[in-house]
Design a protein around this ligand. Sequence first.
Ligand SMILES: [Zn+2]
Ligand SMILES: [Zn+2]
Length: 141
Amino acid sequence: MSAAAIEGRCLCGAVHVAVGDPPGWVGICHCDMCKRWSGAVFACFGASDVTVTGPVVEYRSSPKSFRAFCGQCGSHLYMADEGRAERDLMPGLFAETKDWPVRSEIYTDRALCWARVPGDHARATEAEYQKKHPSPLGETS
Ligand SMILES: [Zn+2]
Ligand SMILES: [Zn+2]
């Protein structure tokens, strides 16, 4: 069951994001791509009922995925796979996400040493995650 609809915005306010089906939890990925893109710690939540308005720039980060940011202030907005409606949104855009728990954390062995997330959520190292989600090219998205 989803939480109530939420609305968020980027730092400068030019991009507005409305989410009709927020899950009420976030996932964390410490892979090199997510770490590089976010600058440190990458957390996101998936939703499909998403309306984004404003000067959005979509950067193709791999053959199958792209990452979006505000073309005016650079705030990270979401990542998504080609041809898939779901967006993995950045929780910091929305006030409501402050109280959402972490549901999963992957690539834990790649995390910055101070980025230890407390709690008993599911965790997987790079090897454990790739064993469960094999990629033919061995690449992350
Ligand atoms: Zn902005
Ligand atoms: Zn990642």
